[in-house]
Design a protein around this ligand. Structure first.
Ligand code: ADP
Length: 348
């Protein structure tokens, strides 16, 4: 019988990424033991409760991946779940009335675009608004808002947000070199985010939008923990495109926010209808209305829908969000309506 290589098992655990988390079990320090007995591999895993919704996925994927390692006949996984410690978390956004985190089940659904336009729309309604980009995988806030210089620091070591289009803007990307990969994970990420959140001088804000990375991983958990009070006054927005497959991912994000006890303030369907530049008519390229129905089924509120539109993409690329560049377009009106609904819902 071929002897199983422990290194080969480790390699699999190190390379395979947990669905929706962009990180491996090894990087999360979740592997507590690897035991080999003949052709049997036994692995003990310890993960935060927030990953519990993925137990079956992890089990199936590891059985398949580890089963393919030479000599492996049987794979046994033992899970233990760690409650997220809350005792020493304090709210790091004391001058913000309500924080709204904007998440999605997967990348590319327009989460950052929605966050940018919604924030601009809220500012146009007269609210004091901030936007924090914690999605280091998406296009940078610098591009979407045409920002050329980084933020300034104060002699006390604090950071001043950048002001543009009536918003206060900050991105974790401003503090990271373009050519240095982001390797923050687990406790290190927790520390970096805590420091970052505590160091930005937002001043008094009615609402801070936080653009989360796609999926449900460490950044989301850490942010929700460190600004729990302020986020609970606001809540979570989940962005999805109308296709059924996209909403399946969005459901996972909704499930995640429920697990970490963040209220869902609304679901947004992005890229729903297509506004034809010639006739202003709206065929529904990706289908339409599926997200409304699915949100209703899950008992979460629906906040609105944004059409798919070339100007929206062009605005993001050119550094002026559509709501600022083309305020009278039907697409901008859609974002204004969503911001209005949000303002009413949060009592701002
Ligand atoms: P995410 O943050 O979900 O990864 P982005 O906001 O980066 O997604 O959007 C992905 C791409 O889709 C970008 O090029 C963006 O300009 C484009 N996009 C987003 N929403 C729309 C829309 N409603 N109409 C047209 N293009 C859009």
């Amino acid at each position: 019988m071929t002897k199983i290589s422990r290194a080969a098992i480790f390699d699999v655990l190190n390379a395979w990424e947990i669905p929706g988390a962009k990180t491996s079990l090894v990087a999360l320090k979740a592997v507590k033991g690897i035991d080999l007995d003949g052709d049997r591999v036994m692995i003990a895993l310890q993960l935060l409760e927030a990953y519990r919704d993925r137990e079956e996925l992890i089990r199936l994927a590891l059985r398949e991946k580890l089963g393919a390692v030479e000599g492996v006949g049987e794979v046994d996984l033992e899970f233990t779940w760690e409650r997220t410690p809350e005792a020493d978390f304090k709210d790091l956004l004391p001058t913000v009335k309500a924080a709204v985190v904007i998440g999605s089940g997967k990348g590319g659904v327009g989460k950052s675009t929605v966050a940018a336009n919604l924030a601009c729309a809220a500012a146009k309604l007269g609210l004091k608004v901030g936007l924090l980009d914690s999605d280091l995988y998406g296009p940078s806030m610098a591009m979407m808002f045409g920002i050329k210089d980084g933020p300034e620091g104060t002699p006390e070591g604090k950071i001043l947000p950048i002001e543009k289009f009536g918003l206060k803007l900050m991105s974790m990307g401003f503090l990271i070199d373009d050519d240095r990969p982001v390797v923050w994970r687990g406790p290190m990420l927790n520390k970096a985010l805590q420091q970052f959140l505590g160091d930005v001088l937002w001043g008094d804000l009615d609402i801070l939008f936080i653009d989360l990375p796609p999926g449900t991983g460490d950044v989301q958990i850490t942010l929700v923990q460190n600004a729990k009070g302020t986020i609970n006054t606001g809540g979570a927005i989940v962005v999805s495109t109308p296709q059924d497959v996209a909403f399946l991912d969005a459901k996972k994000a909704i499930g995640f926010f429920k697990t970490v006890e963040t209220p869902i303030v609304g679901v947004i369907e992005n890229m729903s209808s297509f506004l034809c530049p010639h006739c202003q008519g709206g065929p529904h390229i990706f289908g339409h209305g599926g997200v409304t129905a699915a949100a209703q089924q899950m008992g979460v509120p629906f906040l609105g829908e944004g059409p798919i539109d070339l100007e929206i993409r062009a605005g993001s690329d050119q550094g002026t969000p559509l709501v600022v560049g083309h305020p009278d377009s039907p697409q901008s009106r859609a974002f204004m309506e969503m911001a209005s609904a949000l303002k009413t819902r949060l009592g701002l």
